[in-house]
Design a protein around this ligand. Structure first.
Ligand SMILES: [Fe+2]
Ligand SMILES: [Fe+2]
Length: 325
């Protein structure tokens, strides 16, 4: 463990030097791409893969917003972010390769005359997504900039937010391994998860160190912001129904899913100021509520009661329209 950031009286339990030296494109050697079409994916699996691909590809926009804040002043944070965004780009490409190997590419993207596809893949899809979100509008970074001025240690807030995003992501990938029976997908996700663990470790160490060193008032403000403004990873990029559909598919189907989401909350509760928060489980419960009130919501065929897990909601519970286009 190193003491990066100790100049501000903080001890950050993450070795940034080591991370920077070892950062690389996710190693997918040995992944049997030719075998991908030989195993089925459910509509739910495909929905998750599209969601995950879009979120990974969106990371650079998240970085743009983050660099508009005081986070840009910290050399340890910016060095990490430089490598982090590179690794996330390759995660997006990995999901893209996997879906294409399975014969899924919506919308169809142009190819070169020899049939190859230049990088980055899916530029049409990415461009459309960013247009829909209004990315590129000058006012887009305003909330981050204002937040940065209002919250004294805005970086603490952002690092903690990042920790929750990374932990949710890697837990979601574990749940997709549980739900899907595709062996090549399992192998690919396990490689990506190794990166996500390092990302989570950095953000958690930063968030913990900063909040532990911050005045009590700062911890209270950060907690209040999480209680009132936090949204799960993908909200803003994806519609409410898409966010709910993912939560229901990965976490709302069984006691194992519920246990997975509780583990996220338990880990986040160890961050100073966030004791007792149940952000993720509350999100799942709200998704279950909406699905119970509106049959068909999120692709769940039957309406589950809030405390009833969607036990037995197998692939047949997912209508084909839910395969995210
Ligand atoms: Fe990632
Ligand atoms: Fe990550």
């Amino acid at each position: 463990m190193s003491t990066n950031g100790s100049s501000a009286g903080r001890v950050v339990e993450f070795d940034v030097d080591r991370y920077l030296r070892n950062s690389k494109k996710v190693d997918l050697s040995g992944i049997d791409w030719e075998d991908v079409p030989n195993h089925p994916l459910t509509d739910g699996d495909v929905m998750c893969l599209h969601y995950m691909m879009d979120i990974e590809t969106h990371t650079v926009i998240y970085l743009r917003d983050l660099l508009a804040t005081r986070a840009a002043q910290d050399p340890h944070v910016t060095a990490f972010l430089a490598c982090w965004v590179y690794e996330e780009l390759w995660h997006g490409e990995a999901f893209s390769d996997f879906l294409r190997a399975h014969g899924l590419e919506v919308p169809a993207e142009p190819r070169l005359p020899d049939g190859s596809r230049p990088l980055p893949t899916r530029p049409t899809r990415t461009r459309r997504l960013r247009e829909q979100m209004g990315v590129g509008h000058q006012l887009f970074v305003l909330p981050s900039m204002l937040g940065s001025m209002l919250v004294r240690d805005f970086v603490a807030l952002h690092m903690t937010w990042g920790a929750i995003n990374e932990l949710t992501t890697l837990t979601g990938y574990h749940q997709l391994i549980r739900r899907s029976e595709h062996p090549v997908l399992h192998a690919m996700l396990r490689r990506v998860i190794q990166d996500e663990r390092r990302h989570f470790a950095f953000y958690r160490a930063q968030g913990k160190a900063r909040l532990a060193a911050a005045p009590r008032r700062t911890r209270k403000v950060v907690r209040w912001i999480f209680e009132n403004f936090w949204t799960p990873v993908g909200a803003g990029v994806k519609s409410q129904e898409e966010v709910d559909a993912l939560a229901l598919y990965l976490f709302g189907d069984s006691p194992e899913g519920r246990e997975g989401i509780r583990e996220i909350d338990h880990t986040i509760q160890e961050i100073p100021g966030l004791e007792g928060l149940t952000l993720l489980e509350d999100t799942l419960d709200r998704a279950l509520d909406r699905a119970a009130r509106r049959p068909g919501w999120g692709g769940v065929a039957s309406a589950p009661a809030r405390d009833e897990q969607l036990t037995g909601a197998g692939p047949e519970a997912w209508s084909s329209e839910q395969a995210a286009a």
